[in-house]
Design a protein around this ligand. Structure first.
Ligand code: BES
Ligand code: ZN
Length: 613
């Protein structure tokens, strides 16, 4: 009896301290892209146990959650999309769950009854073969063509299609995982990772730092590990590994440069996995394990700003996270700014300026495409009822970065760096809304420095503000002179361009315009081999430009081969759009019909909308 009384008392004590641990409504901003209500009950730790079936394209197993509840909690709601939920238990007892109606973007809410003292939820489930986050690749779609491959893409709201979860960037949790897959393959995650295969096919993982669900990630393939620095390395298929180790040779230096700028790297290791070419992005900042497209393996390290970008997310994004997808610019704008500072530290100011100028071109291009007065050109977005992907334009990246460059120019690099370092330190492992950032900016930068700057116009206004900084590059000025000659029908020679880097070539190709003649375009291609370039950025820029200048028919086979092989949306959208705008939707659709089976859902979603009937 006495024992029971003590037990009861400790029970009440625990329950008394539990409610304060959920977030208050003030701390938890409304995220319209998740059904979850973290103020009522929030998941704090996930234990994932999954078996991987390549034959049926199914992940099956269980997700076990530790939860924390408000005093009056009666339910916890998780996001799901196309999941087959087999059973749910709360503290070991099976419960009746409810799956709500399906929304095209959000999926279905899974409502689980709990009480304020509930602690643990176990969900047995399996994924759908068409799960939006997952891409199951046949051996043919990989570099080595011997083993299948699987990768996940969680951002923005796709994690719910492979794990039932509170799929909101404002919910952070730690996790551990157990993955069982065919013995020929090595599974790796956004967590502590094995570096080689074992004889059982079962592996365990741990992520000790709390992360939002969009950063949960898994890649499985015939992968090998190559070390770069004491904290850095790369996973790739055997035939790709040496090239990748060379390409990312400066990665350890990047980590050190980033730490010098904005404080310690808090995730232990920084590794990169090179995925098959259908990966829909250039890179994805999954913590401890950046996912990267093989299209950055140019052979000359010229496209590694992308690695600096994903690394920078280890601060902006993964440490300090956008509270909702409307605040996406806080992730990407800061990261682009930070990426260029890393590149500047490693390769000098001129290099960073070239990147910034290409970025500015992307920005003006995006503003033209969206329309100068479009609300989608605001930094702070309104994505309610839409696919958050719609907001993932160059506005967040480049207008965001240019806003920070403006702030930097107003107070000087030293003061701005201190501001950013403090910002990361004070907000680490937290989320931030645009409004919270504005308050912080006002208190710690604008007021103390008496700045006169129209923050509100930058964040809530359309287009490019008048005080947007102008960056110049001597190297690009020289390239401009070459383009001008071109118009007088004098082509640049091999000798004149011998020292040009990828970025100068990109600037050159982008600047070409009428009256450059079709003959000149052919000659340029013959002289410099753009259409067959091993540099994906150069090839893609050339295809787009040639289509826009309506002289591309001779290289349709190359364009097709490129679009069938590569699934990176940043390349697909401009090339297919150019074909469409040139009145050649027929070619676009013919190529797309062949290429589509090779694309991840993120890319087919966009291309279906672009090329649909
Ligand atoms: N986090 C993004 C990729 C992303 C954005 C995925 C939105 C899903 C939704 C990543 O960090 C990124 O920005 N990648 C860029 C690379 C870059 C150097 C700008 C890409 O993939 O092109
Ligand atoms: Zn990014």
């Amino acid at each position: 009896m006495k024992h029971l009384a003590i037990l009861l008392k400790s029970f009440l004590l625990i329950s008394a301290c539990q409610p304060s641990q959920t977030l208050t409504p003030k701390e938890q901003p409304m995220d319209t892209h998740s059904y979850s209500i973290p103020t009522e009950s929030v998941t704090t730790h996930l234990m994932l146990d999954l078996n991987v079936d390549f034959t049926d394209k199914i992940l099956s197993g269980s997700a076990t959650y530790a939860i924390k509840n408000a005093e009056d909690a009666s339910q916890i709601i998780l996001d799901t999309r196309d999941l087959d939920i087999k059973s749910v238990t709360v503290d070991g007892k099976s419960v009746d769950i409810q799956l709500g109606p399906n929304d095209e973007h959000l999926g279905q809410p899974l409502t689980i009854p709990i009480n304020p003292l509930s602690k643990e939820i176990v969900i047995n489930y399996q994924t759908n073969p068409n799960a939006a986050a997952l891409q199951w690749l046949s051996p043919q779609q990989t570099a080595d063509k011997t083993q299948p491959f699987l990768f996940t893409q969680g951002q923005a709201i796709l994690t719910r299609s492979w794990i039932p979860c509170q799929d909101s960037p404002g919910v952070r949790m730690t996790y551990d995982a157990k993955i069982t897959c065919p013995k020929e393959l090595l599974p790796i995650m956004s967590a502590s990772n094995p570096t080689e295969k074992n004889s059982t096919g079962t592996y365990t993982y741990e992520m000790k730092q709390p992360i939002p669900p969009y950063l949960l990630a898994l890649a499985i393939g015939d992968l090998e590990f190559g070390s770069i620095g004491n904290q850095t390395g790369v996973y790739a298929e055997p035939s790709v590994l040496d090239k990748a180790v060379y390409e990312f040779g400066d990665m350890q230096k990047m980590v050190e440069a980033a730490e010098d700028l904005y404080g310690p790297y808090l995730w232990d290791r920084f590794d990169v996995v090179v995925l098959p070419p259908s990966f829909p992005f250039g890179g994805m900042e999954n913590p401890r394990l950046t996912f990267a497209t093989p299209t950055i393996l140019a052979g000359d390290r010229s496209l590694t700003a992308l690695i600096a970008h994903e690394l920078a997310h280890s601060w902006s994004g993964n440490l300090v996270t956008n509270a909702t997808w409307n605040d996406f610019w806080l992730n990407e704008g800061f990261t682009v700014y930070f990426e260029r500072r890393i590149m500047e530290a490693l390769y000098g100011e001129e290099y960073a300026n070239m990147l910034a100028m290409l970025g500015y071109q992307d920005l003006t291009h995006e503003v033209d495409a969206l329309g100068k007065t479009s609300k989608d050109t605001h930094l702070h977005l309104d994505l309610e009822g839409r696919n958050p992907d719609d907001g993932m334009t160059d506005i967040a990246y480049e207008k965001g970065a240019y806003f920070l460059i403006l702030l930097e120019q107003k107070v000087g690099k030293e003061a701005f760096d201190k501001f950013l370092k403090d910002y990361f330190e004070t907000h680490k492992f937290q989320t931030i809304t645009t409004t919270q950032f504005e308050d912080y900016l006002d208190a710690y930068l604008i007021k103390p420095n008496n700045l006169n700057i129209n923050t509100h116009e930058w964040i809530y206004g359309a287009g490019i503000p008048d005080d947007c900084p102008i960056i110049t590059s001597d190297k690009f000025t020289k390239v401009d002179a070459m383009v001008a000659m071109e118009k007088d029908s004098t082509l640049p020679t091999k000798a004149e361009t011998a020292k040009w880097t990828t970025h100068e070539w990109l600037h050159f190709i982008r600047a070409l315009d009428k009256p450059v003649s079709p003959e000149q375009l052919t000659q340029l291609n013959n002289r410099f081999g753009f259409a067959d370039s091993g540099n994906s950025e150069i090839a893609a820029a050339w295809y787009e430009k040639s289509i826009q200048l309506e002289h591309y028919k001779y290289m349709v086979p190359q364009i097709e081969a490129f679009l069938v092989e590569v699934g990176r949306r940043k390349f697909l959208t401009p090339i297919y759009t150019a074909l469409k705008d040139a009145g050649d939707i027929k070619t676009a659709r013919e190529i797309y019909a062949k290429a589509r089976p090779n694309y991840h859902s993120v890319s087919t979603q966009t291309m279906d909308a672009l090329l649909g009937e």
